[in-house]
Design a protein around this ligand. Structure first.
Ligand SMILES: C[S@@+](CC[C@H](N)C(=O)[O-])C[C@H]1O[C@@H](n2cnc3c(N)ncnc32)[C@H](O)[C@@H]1O
Length: 272
């Protein structure tokens, strides 16, 4: 496991994923107590002045641009507010990961389980979440933990955000969505995927469609034409089930990101 999210924190993919996550949390919390499971949590908070972010330049091309932009859509308001809370003045030096974003929305009736497999990242995650109520962390495989820990009733949001270092991550996502929804048909899953080439993504989409009962929503952010399968040419979000009222927010967030930060980029949001 070589992947370190510190190189990528605050990049274009984090922007769309975190805008969607915050919008989804708001909607699900409106209907009552919510349990959130984060299968691949990371360390929860990232230093953009650190060597990893400086070396990759991904945050400089992502969150720094978003904060400076005059034309960013309201779909990014909650994320910008979270980043500004961490960085009250000047350009962002700290970027919130999914654990920080989720933990700050929790109410007394909600709970959150954050899973991280790497012991060093898990130790940092515990530090980030120290003192937060209704939060638990596990240094464990997030796919297995999500299925085991999904409550069998009540509202649940499962975020699946793997590093795609393993060849079977696509398959593991489909298997986990299916098992979680079988355990609790009310569970909502938000999964993040890279867009490298269309064949790989189409195969995933077909497998997901076959595996789930209800309609889903797919949001693609294509940052450049998909003509080099060795590069991350964009990213996609898969939402099962896909609340239709989220489509305009995803269109706005993905559309702005592809247009403002991409090179001949475009976005599309459609039913699974
Ligand atoms: C893309 S990062 C997560 C970013 C985070 N969700 C966020 O939005 O801030 C993926 C993380 O998953 C961890 N990881 C890899 N395989 C895992 C597994 N099977 N279970 C749990 N965590 C895993 C990696 O160490 C890495 O920290």
């Amino acid at each position: 496991m070589n992947y370190r999210h510190a190189f990528h924190a605050g990049n274009f993919a984090d922007l769309v994923k975190h805008a969607a996550l915050l919008a989804l949390l708001e909607r699900l919390q409106a209907s009552g107590p919510l349990a959130v499971i984060d299968t691949h949590a990371g360390r929860g908070l990232y230093d953009l002045a650190g060597p990893e972010a400086q070396r990759s330049g991904e945050a400089a091309a992502g969150i720094v641009q978003l904060i400076a932009a005059k034309d960013a859509p309201p779909a990014f308001t909650a994320l910008k507010l979270a980043v500004q809370t961490l960085n009250p003045s000047g350009p962002p030096r700290s970027y919130p990961g999914s654990p920080w974003l989720i933990a700050q929305t929790l109410r007394a009736t909600d709970r959150y389980l954050a899973c991280e497999l790497r012991p060093d990242e898990h130790a940092a995650l515990r530090e980030t979440l120290k003192g937060k109520a209704n939060v638990r962390t596990l240094c464990a495989d997030g796919y297995e933990a999500a299925v085991r820990e999904t409550p069998t009733a009540g509202a649940v949001l499962v975020l699946i955000d793997p590093p795609f270092e393993r060849a079977d991550d696509y398959e593991a996502i489909v298997r986990t969505v299916q098992a979680v929804r079988r355990r609790n048909p009310a569970a909502v899953v938000l999964a993040w995927l890279p867009l490298k080439d269309l064949e790989t993504f189409d195969a995933f989409r077909r497998a997901l469609e076959d595996a789930v009962d209800g309609p889903g929503l797919i949001a693609e952010t294509r940052m450049r034409p998909l003509d080099d399968p060795m590069r991350m040419n964009g990213c996609a979000l898969a939402l099962v089930p896909g609340p239709l009222d989220l489509a305009p927010i995803l269109e706005a967030a993905c559309g702005w990101t592809a247009g403002a930060l991409g090179d001949r980029g475009f976005a599309r949001v459609y039913r699974l």
